[in-house]
Design a binder for this molecule. Structure first.
Ligand SMILES: NC(=O)CC[C@H](N)C(=O)O
Length: 354
């Protein structure tokens, strides 16, 4: 007799084993990453989503806080073929329902074929298929979480000091900690601002670059961050990662759209259009830039030509759709943070004409 159920928007209900009890709902997405479950489960980008791991065994190297990308687990639930007791205990302590012993390959191929879909989960001794279907019925679409930024952003500004060689105003739309540390490790003082920060907030930190972070949900719902980018366009260098690229593109007249099932994994190949070089990247996104507006596409996904890098012709804007900080994933693209430092230093100590 099962003690967990996963109800899908296509009408099917999967029986499973409860690993952490509870009832919940969310957009069903999957990652093909075979490592980094601690980083993925604490990535704020997964807010309001049910994260399925295609890799069959999750938890085989324990749980360590130093791997966490934020202060809590963000997916509404976790699904795996087999979940160890370590991970199950962690998720239960976090109050995040978790299930395993179900056909995750079928779940993943269904999402690939039908697209990311709503799902409802019921896990525990009182779980029933009907409870999972009730959760499913209450599940909102990702674009309907209109203030999702508030759920994941810092309430107060704070600074991560990295030596003060340059100053970054980082708009926290659900920032991964390794993005902030990747900047601080290169000498930046990173001033982390709430997702709805104002022009005054940015001016108060005397930033050399305005950086828009990754984050969950639909970029169209981050109006304040978009208006901030519009206010500083041409005044301050701009950078962004994932949701940040999408918001910056929208600020430059571009358009974003929802993908069928997105890119989530650690082996997505990206080609630089100028050099032709291909790097392997970590990705976790369900929206993409359909039109870059007045920006140029500099990098594309080798699998489907998705815009993976944008820039402006005067090089005052550089963004990435993928996660150059990796965590988890390959470190092929860490150089992006050196480019952000170079961009900032051109502002910090502009080369004056002789
Ligand atoms: N990791 C992210 O920043 C994700 C960006 C956006 N929420 C998307 O799903 O495309």
């Amino acid at each position: 007799m099962a003690d967990a159920y996963v109800a899908l928007a296509d009408g099917r209900v999967f029986e499973a084993r409860a690993r952490a009890p509870g009832r919940t709902r969310g957009e069903l997405v999957f990652t093909t990453a075979y490592t980094g479950y601690e980083e993925s489960l604490t990535d704020p980008s997964y807010e309001e989503q049910v994260l399925t791991f295609s890799y069959p065994l999750i938890g085989n190297y324990g749980v360590r806080e130093e791997r966490f990308e934020s202060d809590r687990v963000h997916p509404t639930a976790a699904v795996a073929r087999e979940m160890t007791d370590d991970v199950a205990a962690w998720l239960e302590a976090e109050g995040v329902p978790a299930v395993d012993h179900l056909d995750t390959r079928e779940l993943v191929t269904s999402v690939r074929e039908e697209g990311a879909m709503a799902c409802g989960i019921a896990a525990g001794p009182d779980a029933t298929p009907e409870a999972a279907e009730e959760e499913l019925a209450a599940c909102k679409g990702m674009s309907d979480h209109v203030d999702i930024g508030k759920q994941v952003s810092t309430d107060e500004s704070y600074t991560v000091e990295g030596g003060g060689e340059f100053d970054v105003a980082l708009v926290d739309c659900g920032a991964k900690g390794s993005i902030t540390s990747s900047l601080a490790d290169r000498g930046a003082d990173v001033h982390v601002l709430p997702y709805d920060a104002t022009v005054d907030d940015v001016e108060a930190v005397d930033a050399d670059v305005l950086f828009v972070s990754n984050g969950p949900g639909d970029p169209a719902n981050f109006e304040a961050a978009q208006e901030l980018v519009e206010a500083f366009a041409g005044e301050l260098p701009l950078a962004g990662i994932c949701l940040g690229q999408q918001i910056v593109a929208r600020a430059f007249g571009g358009e974003t759209e929802k993908m069928a099932f997105g890119h989530r994994g650690v082996n997505q190949p990206v080609r630089d259009l100028d050099s032709g070089k291909v790097v392997m990247t970590t990705q976790n996104h369900g929206y993409s830039v359909a039109d870059p507006g007045s920006l140029d596409v500099t990098q594309v996904n080798v699998n489907d030509d998705t815009a993976e890098g944008l820039a402006s012709d005067d090089e005052s804007v550089i963004t990435r759709q993928y996660h150059p900080e990796a965590n988890p994933g390959p470190h092929d693209s860490l150089g992006f943070f050196d480019e952000v430092r170079d961009l900032a230093e051109r502002t910090h100590s502009p080369v004056t004409a002789d």
